[in-house]
Design a protein around this ligand. Structure first.
Ligand SMILES: NC(=O)c1ccc[n+]([C@@H]2O[C@H](COP(=O)([O-])OP(=O)(O)OC[C@H]3O[C@@H](n4cnc5c(N)ncnc54)[C@H](OP(=O)(O)O)[C@@H]3O)[C@@H](O)[C@H]2O)c1
Length: 298
């Protein structure tokens, strides 16, 4: 799996197509999709057109998509997988992830709620049940690897222990304000790829792209803050997903070179702690700016 990936969480259909093609042309070969993003058709179209333009084959790219929360029932997993494959216009997937460990009420409504607005969870299927249905997809040969997303160390451990086919990848929010060091250590020990999303803090301002430590390192090294953040993520041994939306930013975010040990140490000493996307706690996605806190257990 190429360590530097392009994420397709882009609300606008036309922008999905141009950004995906720009990413392919800039050199990205790893594409992260999801049923939930509602744009698999556009991503598939952009990839087909982009492969022809760049002159490379399907086998030269790595494509991931994700099973949404309302499809956790075992009998819904394969149909959801096939529907994603069909929308993407692909014959196989390199990686299929369970988007979050939270099962919602099964059905076509992606956001089932009661009349008071509370999420309707499905208590009749366990994460292990869903995982076994994911394993069957690998057995059937249309999916090369499976993994988990938006998951904590406590939840990933029992799945890892019980799994016949071990998770290949764990995708979670991670950046210097949320280093997830314990989960990263677990993944390294077990040979699981730790794939960080929101490495630029989702581009939120104020935020990581304006952090004084990051800006100072960028100025010293002749790089941009985005390039510093992506290099830090890769040098600590994580794979990373970023979402540049223009050709210039795609080139910038693909042009990553190593930072000095001193620069890495400075970033590791940043005290701010901030989770931007509470999906890991509820299964409900969405970036929300959080009040900054410093370390010491907050
Ligand atoms: N598993 C999950 O639940 C989950 C959740 C979130 C994301 N993801 C995946 O992870 C991918 C990446 O997450 P993300 O979108 O938060 O990534 P990100 O790269 O941290 O943030 C993307 C935002 O940063 C800005 N940006 C990108 N390149 C920049 C640059 N060079 N300089 C300044 N700003 C720049 C863009 O803002 P503008 O809009 O201003 O261009 C863009 O919207 C998603 O597309 C998705 O595939 C997964």
């Amino acid at each position: 799996m190429p360590a530097l990936g392009f994420g397709t969480l882009i609300p606008d259909a036309a922008e999905t197509i141009t950004a995906t093609r720009d990413a392919l042309e800039a050199g990205f070969r790893h594409f992260d999709c999801a049923e939930r993003y509602g744009n698999e058709r556009e991503v598939g179209r952009a990839l087909r057109e982009g492969l022809a333009t760049v002159g490379i084959a399907r086998e030269d790219i790595f494509v991931t998509t994700k099973l949404w929360n309302s499809n956790h029932r075992t009998e819904r997993v394969e149909p959801a997988f096939e529907a994603s494959l069909d929308r993407l216009g692909l014959k196989y997937l390199d990686l299929y992830l369970i988007h979050t460990p939270f099962a919602f009420q099964p059905g076509d409504n992606q956001d089932p709620h009661d009349k008071d607005g509370n999420v309707l969870y499905d208590r009749d299927v366990t994460l292990l049940d869903t995982w076994k249905a994911m394993e069957a997809l690998v057995d059937h040969g249309k999916c090369r690897a499976i993994g988990l997303s938006d998951i904590t160390l406590e939840t990933v451990k029992p799945i890892y222990e019980s799994a016949r086919i071990k998770p290949a990848v764990v995708q979670v929010e991670s950046h210097p304000y949320l280093p997830e060091t314990e989960l990263l250590e677990f993944c390294k020990e077990k040979g699981i790829v730790f794939l960080a999303f929101a490495p630029l803090g989702h581009g939120m301002k104020p935020g990581l792209l304006e952090d004084p430590v990051i800006s100072a390192i960028a100025a010293r090294a002749g790089k941009t803050p985005a390039q510093v953040l992506l290099a830090w993520a890769m040098q600590r041994g994580t794979a990373v997903l970023t979402t540049p939306k223009s050709a210039a930013r795609a080139k910038e975010n693909f042009d990553i070179s190593p930072l000095s040990e001193d620069a890495l140490d400075e970033i590791n000493r940043i005290q701010t702690r901030q989770r931007l996307n509470p999906v890991v706690n509820t299964g409900v996605p969405g970036f929300i700016p959080q009040a900054k806190s410093t370390a010491q257990g907050k």
